[in-house]
Design a protein around this ligand. Structure first.
Ligand SMILES: NC(=O)C1=CN([C@@H]2O[C@H](COP(=O)(O)OP(=O)(O)OC[C@H]3O[C@@H](n4cnc5c(N)ncnc54)[C@H](OP(=O)(O)O)[C@@H]3O)[C@@H](O)[C@H]2O)C=CC1
Ligand SMILES: CC(C)CCC[C@@H](C)[C@H]1CC[C@H]2C3=C(CC[C@]12C)[C@@]1(C)CCC(=O)[C@@H](C)[C@@H]1CC3
Length: 332
């Protein structure tokens, strides 16, 4: 039976490379790409078919920063499929990124330079805003939209003959100190991206605890530093191009400088081939590339407090309840 795989954020960067590499692994799978609107869905489908003309590729429109759109997309998916084998929760944003060059410069002179260059700790901030649903945009798009989608797709993910899988694109920028239970949407700080990715790690841990016995397994991956639309918004493109030789050099020391989307999805593709029962749910899988360009995966223990994770999950459930009350007309 052909496996059914749903990928969010498939229109470019990590998501598009993932679609292509998954089809290289298994040309028989049914790939459903989730993009923001009809035009992006169609363009992306054509780009994938250009490489894999005989692939089965369908589309679903979803704006992950819009709760009504998520409920509609989930309803459509429930009608179209009776199970989903893999859901790659990959779409993400980092709006208004700001690099603190003073801190970057100071960091270059310390012993923590590699840590800084691979996690961006202490050198990156973002400015977030409220979206149309009254939620912080980064939290809503990167985490809560995906959480709602998963919960709405529960019937397709649980109780199947074979285990189903959730694979979240997290980040090595996820940091406990950027996250707080009392401000879990990160309305007050300037590290909304870091906070949303830490929240992703927490959510994945609890999803495993709650759903493993129903045959649903969740993992988190980091693609490493990848040149994509997201990174091209951090520095001007010409500067990135100038920095490229330096980045290839840095890669000899910083293995998470995967740099291309193709290399960046190594961990996503590796997980596609693993039996979930043998994976550690407290581990993040990092895509790595050696200085000579060989790709591999490194498993690193995550820094998550399971008690905080449980409390945070309760907050997500409360927010979900409010959402479902508000949009009861969009439910079956
Ligand atoms: N690049 C990097 O170095 C790293 C990236 N990541 C993570 O990888 C993931 C992919 O990022 P990357 O490929 O680099 O960045 P891109 O900006 O290239 O891709 C982001 C994807 O998310 C989609 N997206 C954004 N907002 C929404 C929304 N509201 N609804 C639906 N889709 C949306 C975009 O669609 P559209 O085309 O419509 O904008 C696009 O397909 C993200 O989660 C990011 O946080 C993690 C670590 C490092
Ligand atoms: C490497 C160059 C000589 C100088 C580039 C300086 C910064 C612009 C980068 C250094 C570390 C980078 C980084 C990210 C963005 C660009 C940097 C801050 C990320 C935050 C991008 C998104 C992620 O999810 C993280 C994994 C990246 C961590 C490293």
């Amino acid at each position: 039976m052909a496996r059914v795989v749903l990928v969010t954020g498939a229109s470019g960067g990590v998501g598009l490379a993932l679609c292509r590499r998954l089809l290289e692994e298994d040309g028989r799978l049914h790939l459903c790409i989730a993009c923001r609107n009809e035009q992006t869905c169609e363009n992306t489908r054509e780009r994938i078919l250009a490489y894999h003309p005989s692939a089965q590729v369908s589309t679903v429109e979803v704006d992950l920063g819009n709760l009504a759109s998520i409920l509609r997309a989930a309803r459509e998916l429930r009608c179209r499929f009776n199970r989903l084998d893999f859901v790659y929760l990959n779409a993400g944003i980092m709006p208004n990124p700001h690099v603190n060059f003073k801190a970057l410069w100071r960091g270059l002179l310390t012993g923590k330079v590699l840590h800084m260059l691979t996690t961006a700790e202490g050198i990156m901030t973002q400015t977030d805003r409220l979206n149309g649903d009254g939620l912080q945009e980064v939290f809503a798009t990167n985490l809560f939209g995906h959480f709602m989608l998963v919960r709405q797709l529960q019937a397709l993910l649980c109780g199947n003959e074979k285990p189903s899988r959730l694979i979240w694109t997290s980040s090595s920028n996820a940091r406990e100190s950027a996250f707080s239970l009392s401000d879990y949407q990160h309305a007050k700080g300037q590290e909304s991206y870091s906070s949303s990715k830490y929240a992703t790690d927490l959510t994945s841990v609890v999803l495993n605890r709650k759903y493993n016995d129903q045959g649903l397994y969740s993992s988190v991956v980091c693609p490493g530093l990848v040149m994509s639309n997201m990174t091209y918004r951090i520095l001007p493109i010409f500067l990135w191009k100038l920095l490229m030789p330096l980045m290839w050099l840095i890669r000899f020391f910083a293995k998470t400088y995967t740099l291309t989307p193709y290399n960046g999805v190594e961990a996503h593709v590796w997980l596609f081939k693993q039996k979930p029962e043998y994976l550690d749910c407290l581990v993040k899988y990092h895509s790595c590339t050696t200085g000579l360009g060989r790709c591999y995966v490194e498993a690193r223990k995550m820094d998550v407090d399971e008690d905080v994770a449980e409390k945070f999950f309760q907050k997500l459930l409360e927010l979900e309840e409010e959402t479902l009350e508000k949009y009861s007309d969009l439910l079956d």
